[in-house]
Design a protein around this ligand. Structure first.
Ligand code: SF4
Length: 193
């Protein structure tokens, strides 16, 4: 039996009213067939809690994205003030070489699995400070791994929202459960008996 819904021929797809009859006939009512990993990933993608790390002008647009007009809370994206409760960090604005170790330390304090959004040209590559500047980092990816780059100077709140949609897509496709099982097996194998 094909498992990919796209591969089911049209002639074999039940019309909705027939499908509802089948579901009603099942003991206990509705049944959902899916993979555990997909359900977990759906839950993870629907509740991304970012640590907001505003460093310059881009941070003003980031704040706006969380305010009432754009209201990212409705997508389950709820800002946190501590890395211990966050699974994503938004680096918004230019990072100096001096602050880079602090960004790294905050990222290290976040529990796995964790993600990074680089917001704006400065966080991505140094932006207008790329040339002839002794103090600005030429991209936050020199100190932490970036998952999504949001372009702009500054990016509008809609661009940050699109960045989160891309991150949610990435989370939904991750082999989250399989990776955890593999990591637990590796840890068990490495433990001396
Ligand atoms: S990308 Fe532009 S708006 Fe953002 S911090 Fe740099 S200079 Fe400011």
């Amino acid at each position: 039996m094909p498992t990919d819904p796209q591969s089911v021929p049209r002639s074999q797809v039940l019309p909705l009213d027939k499908a509802l009859e089948v579901i009603d006939a099942l003991p206990g009512g509705g049944v959902i067939l899916t993979k555990v990993e997909d359900v977990l990933n759906w839950g993870r993608a629907s509740s991304v809690w970012p640590l907001t790390f505003g460093l310059a002008c881009c941070a003003i647009e980031m704040m706006q994205a969380f305010a009432t007009r754009f209201d990212m809370d409705r997508m389950g994206i709820i800002p946190r003030a501590t890395p211990r409760q966050a699974d994503c960090i938004i680096v918004a604005g230019r990072a100096t070489i001096k602050i880079a170790p602090i960004v790294r330390r905050l990222w290290e304090q976040m529990p796995e699995p964790k993600y990074v959004i680089s917001m704006g040209s400065c966080a991505t590559c140094g932006g207008p400070f790329y040339y002839d500047n002794y103090s600005i980092l030429k991209g936050i990816d020199q100190v932490i791994p970036v998952d999504v780059y949001v372009p702009g100077c500054p990016p509008r709140p809609e661009a940050l929202i699109e960045g989160f949609l891309k991150l949610q897509d990435k989370i939904k496709k991750e082999p989250f459960l399989r990776r955890r099982v593999a990591r637990a097996a590796a840890a068990a194998a490495a433990t001396p008996t």
